[in-house]
Design a protein around this ligand. Sequence first.
Ligand SMILES: *[C@@H]1O[C@H](CO)[C@@H](O)[C@H](O)[C@H]1NC(C)=O
Ligand SMILES: *[C@@H]1O[C@H](CO)[C@@H](O)[C@H](O)[C@H]1NC(C)=O
Ligand SMILES: *[C@@H]1O[C@H](CO)[C@@H](O)[C@H](O)[C@H]1NC(C)=O
Ligand SMILES: *[C@@H]1O[C@H](CO)[C@@H](O)[C@H](O)[C@H]1NC(C)=O
Ligand SMILES: [Cu+2]
Length: 237
Amino acid sequence: MFALKALLVNALVASSALAHFTLDYPTSRGFDDDNEPQYCGGFPSVASPRQPFPLGQGPIHIDSHHALATVVAFISTSSDPTSFDDFNKTSNGTSIPLASSIFQVKQGEACFNVDLGNLGVGLTNGSEVTLQVQYDGGDGNLYQCTDLILIEGYSVPSNETCTNDASLSGASSSSTASSGSGSSSAAATSAASSSAPSSSSSSSSGSSSGAQGMFSKNIVEMALMGVLAGIAGLALL
Ligand SMILES: *[C@@H]1O[C@H](CO)[C@@H](O)[C@H](O)[C@H]1NC(C)=O
Ligand SMILES: *[C@@H]1O[C@H](CO)[C@@H](O)[C@H](O)[C@H]1NC(C)=O
Ligand SMILES: *[C@@H]1O[C@H](CO)[C@@H](O)[C@H](O)[C@H]1NC(C)=O
Ligand SMILES: *[C@@H]1O[C@H](CO)[C@@H](O)[C@H](O)[C@H]1NC(C)=O
Ligand SMILES: [Cu+2]
């Protein structure tokens, strides 16, 4: 009976830990399901060492466990931010623009690109920033933070590049994201009309992330079955 109760508790914990969202790249300071509504997801201290991240365009990967969620990212230029206020202004009072558009993601893995060197807040090679992702999947704002050092020309691991940028699906896309020689007006219309990726490699990465999405969905289903089995077990006692 104790074993059964432990099993039920484990199943409940497992299912709740799969809720909300995770920040997968760059690596989050930490994930704590219960504290995710707090500043930096309940991890207020800078993680050391800071992770190298491009001063120019760089990718952010999240995994969303709600059917539909609203996402935005913003940064602090303080080397030791302590509150949301530190994500509003630089030390000399310049206000910091959002690091991304405000956009929506469906359940599963998603990525978007930021260009921190272009925010107009004086970031240069070696600047230290903290990026905070805000996510609302219907149960309030949730947060995750990651501590970065910006490196000019830094190449992210090849599997972390973001070709299907979820932040571009909304209205304003002034992106010069995809390199290449296509006419800019054609690129703008195709970006606006759909999220159709321009290269075949991006469609293959899209399908692989789809497979991972299904994989995590299976985990959720298994966890739910575990809960049901635990409840059924208790009813028998
Ligand atoms: C900036 O300040 C406003 C007003 O205090 C606050 O509502 C908002 O959440 C802050 N923004 C960030 C990114 O911290
Ligand atoms: C504040 O600092 C930024 C970055 O160093 C600089 O670009 C900007 O001109 C400064 N603004 C003021 C009002 O001093
Ligand atoms: C950027 O800074 C790193 C050390 O933080 C240095 O190794 C590198 O040479 C610098 N790159 C440029 C382009 O200045
Ligand atoms: C990229 O590879 C690393 C190391 O194998 C892995 O931890 C990470 O999840 C991968 N990223 C993506 C987006 O698949
Ligand atoms: Cu949630």
